[in-house]
Ligand binder design. Sequence first.
Ligand code: ADP
Ligand code: MG
Length: 257
Amino acid sequence: MTRGDRNLHRQLLLLLKELHLPMFREYYAALANQALQEGMSYSRYLYELAQKEWEVRRAHKIERLVKTSNLPLEKTLSTFDLKRLPLKLRQQVMILLEGDFVQRRENILAFGQPGSGKTHLLCAIGHELVRQGRRIYFTSCDLMVQELLRAKRDLELDKRLKKYARFEAIMIDDFGYVKQEREEMEVLFTLLAHRYERGSLLITSNLPFSKWEMIFKDPMTTAAAIDRLVHHSVILELNVPSYRAEEANKRKKGSAE
Ligand code: ADP
Ligand code: MG
């Protein structure tokens, strides 16, 4: 390397640092050698570098999205046994995994007995959405109601709703597990109304619609809540036995043999 080359190298490293192109910094020299040996075109060389930069940025972005999503890390598609679901449901899930429903601002409502896999399934869909670069937020109904109540008390309900609005999809786990106070169901209803046609909701619930009056107390509010949720939605009925009970049975059988 001549003195001129070394100077250029130093200058270039500084420039790339200022331009925030770490992968260019790391790879440009090695790739330049390779390009010379292989007779790579200038465009190809630039493309390869830009591609590396993009990949690393994308990976960081997804990492950030996973963190802010609050999604339980272990509840992904790879740990979910799709074969436990009936064929029709599996087909519905495969379409949802493509993520287009988020663009259409549709909701997913998952119903079924405790242990049937509602939470895991919707989290798995959530993780796939994150991998597509979408902003998702996971919370339980109980936590969300507490957060909303606190915001309301601090006269910051609007601000809080705006914060939620930044997420393309919000998952509310165990919808309906709220205490019996009127204030609680009121903030929950406010959220549904605010979210309506603004962004997707992913909801799991052990309570079928017929029992939602237990949540919203009067028939009018209940009907209005269901109406808003269902208007653009996909309903998943998990009519499958409890995974935990089945696993426990298997273990029992295994040890009896
Ligand atoms: P629900 O929300 O319907 O009560 P969960 O999603 O919490 O049920 O599932 C209960 C437990 O069983 C969890 O530990 C979950 O990971 C596991 N589970 C449920 N369904 C499946 C499945 N199809 N494949 C793998 N694990 C499952
Ligand atoms: Mg659950």
